[in-house]
Design a protein around this ligand. Structure first.
Ligand code: CP
Length: 355
């Protein structure tokens, strides 16, 4: 695996390979498999879990880590471009973990870098390593990833973890409920992918009617920092708040509550000690998953399975820029590449439809 930029970079079989290897690492730690390797950790956006668990994961398999946890601590502050930053960090490291507020930033970096890039979240676009730990947690609980009913609740528009997990679970016959007010409902390019795969989903604004049929309740924070209109944020802030009295005796006995965290006010602490609350365990699963990811990215571990063919054609338009103002093509000098599919043309970097 050269880079890990989107959950769609992995076939279903490759996902299983990574989950299995993470399980093996969890059971039988492998403290030396990345001896002599150096990981670059570049966080242009705030993070607690992703940054620290990637670092912890690297140490636990023998790698060393260097980098920064804020762009203010790098020469970006002096006006250096992302392109030049990556050109330098590739010299110092064997792989780069990168979080950025701009959508498609990781894909752009991967084109510049000769060392693997691992996307630790790119704006509102994707968060694929989070998806792997979500899948790991789900499989640990249910013994399968197949045919589950999942309700995503909260910020469907800006919640990158929702985008990546929905894409992943669409290959496992799951059914989706996207629970959100209209102004932060799931983007059309995600729904187009589900339509293309003939996946069953519903867009609703209340979860009470489906609470007794879902296996997973995936709560999310309303992402204040991504709204360009504070009035819109105020309309939806605090809209979904679950607590013991709203969940216990109303959901399936084995339903689980997941949340990528951080939470603000959407899950009451009175749920933390219930059997439904798996969000802290979910975050802890980031360590074996990210250790496993490093092993695949650095070639210490190879996939047992074959990569599925990606039939999308990429064509180049030199004149047009992506319409998404948060796309990397609007920040860095790059050609705009368009992925041509049977259901539309999409920006290669940020995944948004080109209209
Ligand atoms: N889940 C997650 O991405 O958390 P952080 O923002 O703390 O990394």
């Amino acid at each position: 695996m050269k880079n890990f930029l989107s959950i769609k970079d992995l076939s279903k079989e490759e996902i299983y390979d990574i989950l299995d290897f993470a399980k093996e690492i969890e059971k039988h730690p492998k403290p030396n498999i990345l001896d002599g390797k150096i990981i670059g950790s570049l966080f242009f956006e705030p993070s607690t879990r992703t940054r620290m668990s990637f670092i912890s994961a690297a140490y636990r398999v023998g790698a060393k880590v260097l980098g920064f946890d804020s762009p203010d601590a790098s020469s970006i502050k002096k006006g250096e471009s992302l392109r030049d930053t990556i050109k330098m960090v590739e010299v110092y490291t064997d792989a780069i973990v990168m979080r950025h507020s701009i959508e498609g930033a990781a894909k752009f970096a991967a084109e510049i870098s000769r060392v693997p890039i691992l996307n630790a979240g790119d704006g509102a676009n994707e968060h694929p390593s989070q998806t792997l730990l979500d899948l790991y947690t789900i499989r640990e609980q249910f013994g399968t990833l197949e045919n589950l009913k999942i309700a995503f609740v909260g910020d469907m528009k800006y919640g990158r973890t929702v985008h990546s997990l929905a894409k992943a679970l669409s290959d496992f016959g799951c059914e989706f409920y996207f629970v959100a007010p209209d102004i932060i409902q799931i983007p059309s390019h995600i729904l187009q992918e589900l339509d293309n795969k003939k996946i069953s989903y519903k867009l609703i604004s209340e979860y009470s009617d489906i609470l007794n049929i879902i296996d997973i309740m995936y709560m999310t924070r309303i992402q204040k920092e991504r709204f360009d209109n504070l009035e819109e944020f105020n309309q939806v802030s605090g809209i979904y708040k679950i607590s013991k009295d709203k969940i216990v005796d109303k959901c399936k006995d084995d339903m689980i509550i997941l949340h990528p965290l951080p939470r603000v006010d959407e899950i009451s602490v009175d749920l933390d000690d219930t059997k439904y609350a798996l969000y802290f365990k979910q975050a802890a699963n980031g360590i074996p998953i990210r250790s496993a990811l490093f092993a695949y990215a650095l070639g210490v571990k190879k996939f047992d399975s074959y990569r599925s063919e990606n039939n999308n054609k990429i064509i180049s338009y030199k004149t047009s820029k992506c319409n998404n103002i948060m796309c990397v093509t609007n920040f860095e000098k790059t050609e705009n590449k368009v992925v041509n599919t049977s259901y539309g043309n999409f920006c290669y970097y940020c995944g948004k439809e080109i209209i």
